[in-house]
Design a protein around this ligand. Structure first.
Ligand SMILES: Nc1nc2c(ncn2[C@@H]2O[C@H](COP(=O)(O)OP(=O)(O)OP(=O)(O)O)[C@@H](O)[C@H]2O)c(=O)[nH]1
Ligand SMILES: [Mg+2]
Length: 475
């Protein structure tokens, strides 16, 4: 049998396997005299959402959906709580129970793909449908939060009463803040093995930490209980009842995210065509909001910001009065010339974006086995940054460090070659040639810089460093 057919059969067999399975396999196959590398990844874990509602087979959109997840220090009970939630809600026919082992798989079984190492579980409450992310370990949390694989609208911070806040409690909270999570609910866990005084102290400590990081520490709801008791069906007063209370509070306290249609409009431009007698048409996919004929807009990117008027909207060769998020559309801009517009600019509601060329970001650098580089990253390393429809060269600075290694997550300062339309919380991809080497999320802006002068300075610095090295060698 030809090897591609064989690969397809093996793959199908794995897909059809009834027992939960995660698989990743790489096949080198020789065909038509060439070697190709096929990497097939699938994630068919038991952590895959079971039908919420007990017997319901398909997801019915009858409740608002929200993405949530457990964050917190290693071993504080995130996976136990996740499993306990499914158990408590399964009793109410609002989830399928997922055992701890089904969520937290043996690492050897886990696929290593970047987007799939988070278990997404679903359950319902009286008012909502939740997608819940639980990652297998600290590194995966960080990676998934930066790449956006764990898109959370709010989260449950788990803190063990036996330990209190720990380094990763802080780290996850900082990242949650940076990626735009506003509301957090807290579960102080393991109260079955901690005394009441300890629980009170941990609560105070958590409130202080939340405030320090910029959350509303005073009003953040905190529930103290035992995920393990809930999971084992013991001591309902600190087990099941507390998990029920936690979800009721999450329903109340974590707001539903603004829907894309309610957000200010933003159309990353893919191309621009001049139509004689009518004007310039810019095309792209509206990534959020609603555009109406006659709207005032801003055309922003590559150091330029121009006020424009949308005089027509076109889709599938038909004129429309409005376009909605998700539409692939063309907008007629009267009085504009082709030279005024470039792919990578954004047509947006005025004021939505600012022109920026220097910013800090939290970055995850892919490991070689994830397709990344196998060499360290040194200061002033240059690569391409991709965001929306643009790709622009950038030079990196590494604050307080001499180098970064693939597989690390770290703070990096970017110097873009052009001033582009950016916002805090924007996610981007870094590429070097044809290879993706990292992902990032913008956390802070600096004042814009004179990029030509920046490169002049870099040249001088490199020259000086070379001279110093030579002098040291001679001495
Ligand atoms: N006594 C007690 N132990 C608990 C409780 N919740 C979790 N544990 C135990 O704490 C240990 C860690 O729990 P996990 O749920 O794996 O913790 P985690 O936060 O998911 O850990 P990582 O995913 O490795 O970061 C396990 O041995 C659990 O049985 C609890 O309420 N009480
Ligand atoms: Mg876990």
């Amino acid at each position: 049998m030809c090897s591609s057919k064989m690969a397809a059969q093996v793959f199908r067999k794995l897909l059809l396997t009834k027992s939960p399975i995660q698989c990743k396999f790489t096949l080198d196959f020789y065909r038509y005299g060439c070697i190709r590398n096929i990497s097939l990844s699938t994630h068919l874990s038991a952590a895959k959402p079971g039908p919420p509602g007990g017997g319901k087979e398909t997801y019915k959109r009858d409740k608002p959906h929200l993405n949530i997840g457990t964050i917190g220090h290693v071993d504080h009970g995130k996976t136990t709580l996740t499993s306990a939630i499914t158990k408590v809600m399964a009793d109410k026919k609002m989830a399928s129970f997922l055992k701890y082992e089904d969520i937290d798989k043996d690492p050897a079984e886990k696929a290593r793909g970047i987007t799939i190492n988070a278990a997404v579980i679903s359950y319902e409450t009286e008012n909502r449908h939740y997608g819940h992310v639980d990652c297998p370990g600290h590194h995966d949390y960080i990676k998934n939060m930066i790449t956006g694989a764990a898109q959370m609208d709010g989260c449950i911070l788990v803190v063990a009463a036996t330990d209190g806040t720990m380094p990763q409690t802080r780290e996850h909270l900082i990242l949650a803040k940076q990626i735009g999570i506003e509301k957090i609910v807290v579960f102080i866990n393991k109260v079955d093995v901690a005394d009441a005084e300890m629980v009170d102290l941990v609560e105070m400590e958590v409130r202080d930490l939340l405030t320090e990081i910029g959350f509303d520490g005073v009003n953040t709801p905190i529930v103290a209980g035992s995920a393990l008791s809930a999971l084992n069906g013991e001591k309902d007063d600190i087990g099941k009842d507390k998990v029920t209370e936690l979800l009721a509070i999450a329903d109340e306290y974590i707001p539903l995210p603004e829907r894309d249609l309610d957000k200010p409009f933003s159309l990353p431009i893919e191309s621009a065509i001049t139509i004689t007698g009518r004007g310039l048409v810019v095309t792209g996919k509206l990534d959020q909001g609603v555009i109406k004929k006659g709207d005032e807009a801003e055309l922003i990117g590559f150091g330029k910001k121009q006020k424009v008027n949308i005089t027509g909207i076109e889709m599938f060769r038909q004129m429309l009065d409005r376009g909605e998020a998700g539409d692939q559309m063309g907008c007629l801009l009267r009085g504009m010339k082709k030279d005024d517009v470039r792919r990578g600019m954004v047509l947006s509601k005025p004021g939505l974006y600012q022109l920026r060329n220097k910013f800090d970001a939290q970055v995850y650098l892919l490991k070689p086995e994830e397709g990344g580089r196998n060499k360290p990253f040194l200061p002033y390393f240059q690569c391409l940054m991709f965001n929306r429809s643009f790709s622009v060269s950038t030079s990196i600075e590494i604050p307080d460090r001499e180098m970064m290694m693939p597989g690390e997550d770290t703070r990096v300062t970017f110097n873009l070659y052009s001033e582009m339309a950016l916002n805090k919380g924007d996610r981007f991809t870094l590429r070097d040639g044809s290879r993706t080497i990292g992902y990032g999320v913008i956390t802070d802006f600096h004042a814009n810089i004179d990029i030509a002068k920046f490169f002049e300075d870099v040249k001088m610095k490199k020259k000086a460093a070379k001279k110093a090295a030579e002098a040291a060698e001679q001495a």
